[in-house]
Ligand binder design. Structure first.
Ligand SMILES: Cc1cc2nc3c(=O)[nH]c(=O)nc-3n(C[C@H](O)[C@H](O)[C@H](O)COP(=O)(O)OP(=O)(O)OC[C@H]3O[C@@H](n4cnc5c(N)ncnc54)[C@H](O)[C@@H]3O)c2cc1C
Length: 322
């Protein structure tokens, strides 16, 4: 049976069990959230030994080469010494502002720790101090902003979102791991058209990415499609309209599945609307965030419309395992 060394102690971890679970059964609680390989909260590093290939699937080659792997996807095949990933550090923060963006979405502003560097559109793994409950939330702010901005949707019976809506108060001390994710803007090609699509709080990372691209003087068209079931579920409409008026290259399309869309918007399935509106997407750089089923549909449709898979960046908001 493989022996896993962690913080100077040895643990027997069977090859047919997930490392995260077998360590938890032995009293070692590594950070984790979605347990499906999406959020990367459980990113761990093999200091010695070789992690199984399946536990490195989907990681950037630069991370895999350094021995990083996902503990929630790891069935150990041989002895390893492991440590927490240094790229996902724990930071302390404080809630400085909480505001409703619509009936089911709030904006939180958190103090930005001095040594916290990130790209707009990446996400953090927010920790509830009382029990270490951890959930991923995307950063809608720019690194140059004084505060970190999150958009949180209320999920019925949601442990973290319910707590953030109903109990957290301004001034409260919180913590997070991060930053994580590679859904962000790089100024590689300012002439490449951008397409950003998200439903609900899928707007959070997209809002950060748009501000970043505009600040870095992206010149080609930047199309944002923000979807919701109905008009009431949209938010930041006025702010996005103002950006649309201010920047000739930015185009905002609010989309609703049911009922009338706001002026200038579209009605229909958000999975289909961007392709309907733009036609060929060959040459586009694409960012898709939010509901995992919508992200899957969009990936497929946008690929079929000509975008290359390598140019499609996505952050599906997978639910955390209970
Ligand atoms: C990379 C990433 C980025 C994310 N960014 C954001 C963000 O910016 N804003 C944001 O609001 N959320 C975001 N999420 C989702 C977030 O991490 C939580 O999953 C969400 O807030 C629900 O957590 P909870 O503790 O309130 O609900 P839980 O207690 O985890 O869930 C309660 C119940 O609701 C179900 N459920 C959970 N989520 C949903 C949902 N969305 N729709 C329907 N049923 C659900 C669960 O399966 C469970 O049965 C992100 C997730 C990932 C992986």
């Amino acid at each position: 049976m493989p022996i896993i060394r962690y913080e100077g102690k040895d643990y027997d971890c069977p090859s047919d069990e997930i490392l995260l679970d077998s360590l938890a059964q032995q009293g070692v609680k590594l950070p984790s959230s979605c347990k499906s390989g999406a959020c990367q909260t459980c990113l761990t590093r093999a200091i010695s030994g070789t992690p199984p290939a399946a536990a490195q699937k989907g990681l950037k080659s630069t991370l895999a080469a350094q021995g990083y792997f996902l503990a929630c996807q790891c069935k150990p095949e041989s002895d390893m010494e492991i440590g927490l990933a240094t790229i996902s550090q724990k930071f302390s923060t404080r809630l400085i502002d909480k505001m409703a963006l619509n009936e089911s979405v709030i904006r939180l502003r958190l103090s930005k720790p001095d040594n916290f560097d990130y790209h707009a559109g990446q996400f953090i793994n927010l920790i509830r101090p009382s029990d270490e409950l951890t959930r991923s939330y995307s950063l809608a702010s720019l690194p140059s902003d004084d505060a970190l901005e999150l958009h949180i949707k209320r999920v019925p019976k949601g442990a973290m979102s319910g707590w953030l809506f109903d109990h957290v108060e301004t001034g409260e001390e919180l913590a997070f791991y991060g930053p994580s994710g590679d859904c962000f803007y790089l100024p590689e090609d300012p002439e490449q058209p951008l397409l950003l699509v998200g439903a609900g709080t899928g707007l959070a990372p997209l809002y950060g990415i748009i501000q970043d691209a505009l600040q870095q003087e992206h010149r080609a068209p930047i199309h944002l499609f923000h979807g919701s079931l109905a008009k009431e579920g949209l938010y930041l409409i006025q702010t996005l309209r103002e950006l649309d008026n201010q920047y000739a290259q930015f185009h905002y399309t609010p989309c609703v599945l049911h009922g009338d869309s706001p002026p200038g918007g579209m009605q229909g399935n958000i999975g289909d609307l961007p392709v309907q509106a733009l036609g060929s997407l060959s040459g586009y750089r694409v960012f898709l965030c939010g509901d995992p089923a919508i992200v899957r549909t969009l990936r497929q449709n946008i690929f079929m419309a000509g975008a290359s898979m390598q140019a499609i960046h996505s952050d599906p908001f997978e639910f955390a395992a209970s």
